[in-house]
Design a protein. Sequence first.
Lengths: 407, 585
Amino acid sequence: MADVATARPPFWRDVRVIRVAAQVGTLIAAGLLLRWLFNNLATNIDEQGIPSPFDIDEWRALANKPAGFAVRDSSFDPESPLWKLILVGIQNTAAVAAVGITIALTLGTMIGVGRLSTNWVVRKLSTLYVETFRNIPVLVIIIFFWQSLFTFGPFPLFNPSNPPGTIKVPGSDSNLIIFSKSRWGFPSIANEANGGTFWIVMLVGLVIAAIVWRWRTAVNENTGAPHRRVLWSIGTLIGIAVVAFFALGGPIRWSFPSVGETGRTIVGGIATNDAYIALTLALGIYTASHIAEIVRGSILAVPKGQNEAANALALTGFQRYRFVVLPQAFRIAIPPIINQFLNLVKNSSLAIAVAYPEITALVKTAIGNGNPATQLIVVLMACYLLFSLFISLVLNIVNRRLQLAGR
Amino acid sequence: MSQDWGYTVAPQDGGGDVMHALAEADQPRHGDTKGPADWAKKNLFNTWYNSIITVVLGAIAVYLAYRLATFLFVTARWEPVRENMELFMVGLFPREERTRLIVQLIMFAGAGGLLIGYIRNRSYRQAAAAGIERSPTSIRELVGVYGALAAFFTIALVIGARTINPWLVALACVAAGIAGFVVTVRDAAIYWRVVIFVPFGIAAGILARVDDLNNGAAYSIAAALTVLLGLVAFVPRPALTLSAGLLVGVLGFQALSGTGGIAWFFLAIGFAPIVVDVIGQLAERSRAQSAEATTSIVGWAGAIVTVAALAWRATVDGFGVATIVLAVLAIAAVVDAVRSVGDTATRIGGFVVAGFLGWLLANFLDLGGIDWSDWSGLHLNIVVAASSIVLAFPIGLLLALGRRSSLPVLRGLSTVYIELIRGVPLISLLLMGQFFIGFFINSDDPLSNVTRATAAVTMFSAAYIAEIVRGGLQSVAKGQTEAGQALGLAPAAITRLLILPQALRAVIPAMVGQFISLFKDTSLLTIIAITEFLGVREIIHSQEDFRGFGIAETLVFVAFGFWAFSFTMSRESQRLERRLGVGQR
């Protein structure tokens, strides 16, 4: 009987052997598969006479090769190397992502809350919005905005004989908005002398405001006095801004857009184009419909008991939302909303359809100009991976900070 | 801690709780109704700011609705849509071969009817076994779910049909669907069961008129279907019904596509349910006979069949992929037959027989067709979405299991694949497919654009399906695994028998959601110059008559088409979720 305890199973039934064998087997199989694929790739690329992706010198040559084409509404020089082109693309993708995410988050939160409103009209309109935009492909929405607003839209042309439309700042001669079928201008903030110093001071002011925030929180915790930390911090920041502005002798000013002398460009302010507006608006509106569902679901996912407890404490409806429901819903909502942000960034690659020069469109044009596809698409994918990793890293840190302790 | 408070935080990736909350909130609620004035006071004017919101938003909504209505019914010029309805639906499919599409439609409708009826029948029987009354589906519920799709097709017919023929096709499809449903849903009287032959007879008759398909093949299909449906009608076994439904669908697909070389594979899949069923019974019987652990006769038979198939393949085409696969199977079968009761040998033998049957049938019918690089329009969207999800599911399942594996190498490889794919946009994969996926494969004839796109979409959705399945695997309680271990089951058996059935049931709604987004994503194929539903617009607006004319109208129609499909599927998935009671057990 003692044999039973000491007897080892035959090696093909021994868990330890199986574990090692399975892993080694998988590695070999995966290695063979990859070898086969890459061998094919190497042979085929060799046959076609395309620069090999396995040669570091070819990569270097590719990176420094002149791009050979201009980028729309950009100061990019066609003689600049390809790596600069990629940087322009990344910059444009970031511009879409930043504004698109802002639109999506704002609109999505409003509509998500609207779906839970006690007002029948608000509820139904929010539902209509969500059910419409969630079920239409984002590409269709992008093309719709682009074509119906701009290509066949109501706006005037932009050339010397057909000047664009303008909206003036009330009581002055400068343009608030320049609008046309192809180019739009918005006001922006421009630096005068001491501009750099002003922004550094503002950065310090931000730190001071954060310290004030902490101080008011501490006061509230120690004495029970109302903290009013939002008012305090914003007040501090505005105070610093006003003092710095006058002390530095007006370091910044508004820059309003105006039509350039050739009648084909916008001078001053921020100039964008139709493709950017259509793309950003469409992505924001599409993603908002998904975020709205997440917001609604998160609010509903806060258990009933929490609401009942708040009612038992005689909190008002606003207090119940502000102090009980929303803080918990917010925590539930963060991970899926991060996913939506990532989706928005990835969907910005559809700019190809409206000829907005973000990274995918530029890479595709570069490939069309006879550059090797393999390397460029690998670079493209790497850029998106880095973008995704960056966003999820930042937001995961936020998420970890905000989750309740003990989870 | 969190458990004590009774609430949980959504898992990192999925937001499962969010979905659950949404599913609950979407259930119909019954408010107390006291009269319209009371209702208006409560829902529209309960506070002063709500009154303002109601009035302002209401005015805006009415104005927008008015503008929309004027656009749709007065100012819109629907001629581009009206003239090109066929182009939207099937694109550039060769005009003289379009009878094939009619057959396919009728067959799919019939197959769908058979399968839905079968599922319904099973749930009736389960309800009866559990002693509960199964609530019948109300008309209102059906309209809520399928109304959008029905509206789309009706509008398409009303706008686009210039002759009576499209209406007749639609009628035949509805008839085939209803007939298939009627045959399987209830143990109905015999004269009802004859009904199903009518639409399929019509389908076979139409097929006989297809030019390049020999009449023999058409009549063989008709005969095979008749025999099959006769069997289904008179021998009500679920596996038979499933097989029949699948075969009808596969034949419908095969009658069209140009994948002649692998027709046998599709057909073998069609045979799979009945093979599994028969093997299960055989294995049961053999186990009952041989009380002590000796190999049963069917086990030996399975091993012998496999070895015979190996010998045959080896003599026919020497050393190839099929021979290697068969050799592995044969060794496994023989080892199993020698060492144990022989269940595995029985199964392997059964599948070998199914493959052989499929091969025979494919050779006999000699199915050729229109290569699917010629397919386009809405038809292509549906086919690409469906085939990618079918192809991606097994890959995704393996990836999910790999990611949950305790073996670091498997886990690492799966994780890298999943995260890599999920981190890049689909369009970059499509570009990869367009520009250099062909380089990876040493093939003499280049893959068609559609095939490469389907490969890219499959790679893409496999990663997402893997994450969905992983969510399902995580949702199965740990006690299930421990119970399996207590019973002395092997790890593989625990996964296969205990974990997977529960996990997969839990993820059905999420899978539908993935299918919806996949279907919407097929619109991206237009970017790589495939004329799917959205891309058809480019053809239309390059026509002489419609250059720069009716741009918004065609786009609205396309958007409505995508919307109708996606909306219907999302409603259906909500209904499924309620039915399955996901998260409630």
